[in-house]
Design a protein around this ligand. Structure first.
Ligand code: PEP
Ligand code: MN
Length: 344
């Protein structure tokens, strides 16, 4: 349920509502928008309580939230959430591009990729140091050594880093190096991990589980939000279908649906969705047309020798061509590219 305060309600009236929420054993969540201040009341709430809150001073109305996700819902927060990463504003009306290899391999490759994607206009560097692999015999990442390579690339180029954390026990380590923590598709419902990143003071890129409905995905976001971390970026990366021509099926309609249901920014990942480098550009363009706030794209200087996801990785040259198209399409879609980060 949400308690909508009257325009001009005093701080004392807001505090009194929060106090009552806590006395009743519920969690409160304050959201101050440009138009209105609302207090989310979280827990299993009896309908009779609605009347009690309606009568408190300064309260305009009390509305039950119809969706199972609450803090992720537009019913609680109407304005789009903007996630700040350094000087980048994600979800602020300008398109943000994250690019880099699937997994961190050599220092030389990461440095070459970072420089190339930056020159092409990317805003952040991606790369996995901890890799969730379907087979335990596949390359599972360099761990902390990989994080150090990424941090070095950030120092050299100024590009912030997004990197995956696969285990709740590694969150403290990954936080030391990452600017944005990635939760991968296979961990979207790893609730212990969601709890842990919810307590972290770092933005989270939450990928959609390959089997998950949009509702399950927003409930996964709710785990993170409910611990006080409001900086969640969603990422559509394709879902399982009966199609075998592509790696997954990019659910284009999930983008406007999420925009309708939630205030959180949403990215598109055409690399994992398609699994084929030559399908990445058209799907990237479709994601922009559907209203995505950004893209995350795999790029490797030598895809044939990448340690993971080579077939879907763009060469720097192909990425640069994609960025030229993205720049034009993003203007037409009303969400121009975010200004690039200054040359460091
Ligand atoms: C990745 O980003 O490299 C990755 C493993 O993605 P996903 O979790 O979407 O499969
Ligand atoms: Mn990958």
């Amino acid at each position: 349920m949400i308690v909508v305060m009257k325009t001009g309600a005093t701080e004392g009236q807001i505090l009194a509502v929060q106090k009552r929420v806590r006395e009743l054993g519920f969690k409160d969540h304050l959201s101050r928008g440009d138009e209105r201040t609302v207090i989310g009341v979280l827990g299993a709430i009896h309908p009779d309580l609605q009347d009690e809150f309606t009568e408190l001073d300064g309260v305009d109305s009390v509305v039950r939230i119809s969706k199972p996700f609450k803090l992720a819902s537009r019913e609680v927060k109407r304005e789009n959430t903007v996630v700040n990463v350094g000087t980048l504003e994600i979800g602020g009306g300008r398109l943000v591009i994250m690019a880099g290899p699937c997994s961190v391999d050599t220092e030389e490759n990461i440095m070459e990729t970072a420089r190339a994607v930056k020159a092409a206009g990317a805003h952040m560097l991606r790369g996995g140091a901890f890799k969730p692999r379907t087979s335990p015999y596949d390359f599972r990442g360099h761990g902390e050594k990989g994080l150090k390579i990424l941090a070095n690339a950030r120092d050299q180029t100024g590009l912030p880093i997004v990197t995956e954390v696969v285990d709740a026990r590694d969150v403290d380590l990954v936080i030391k190096y990452a600017d944005v923590l990635q939760i991968g598709s296979r961990n979207m419902q790893n609730f212990a991990l969601l709890d842990e990143v919810g307590r972290a003071a770092k933005p989270v890129l939450l990928k959609r589980g390959m089997w998950a409905t949009v509702e399950q995905w927003l409930l996964a976001a709710e785990y993170i939000l409910s611990h006080g971390n409001g900086d969640v970026i969603l990422c559509e990366r394709g879902i399982v279908s009966h199609e075998t021509g592509t790696r997954f099926t990019f659910d284009i309609s999930a983008i406007p649906l999420v925009k309708h249901l939630s205030h959180l920014p949403i990215f598109g990942d055409p690399s994992h969705a398609t699994g084929k480098w030559y399908l990445v550009e058209p799907v990237a363009i479709a994601a922009i047309g559907a209203g995505a706030d950004g893209l995350i794209i795999e790029v490797h200087p030598d895809p044939d020798h990448a340690l993971s996801d080579g077939p879907q990785s763009l060469t720097p040259g192909n990425f640069s061509r994609l960025m030229e198209r993205v720049a034009a399409i993003s203007l037409a879609a009303g969400k121009p590219l975010h200004p690039s980060l200054g040359q460091e």
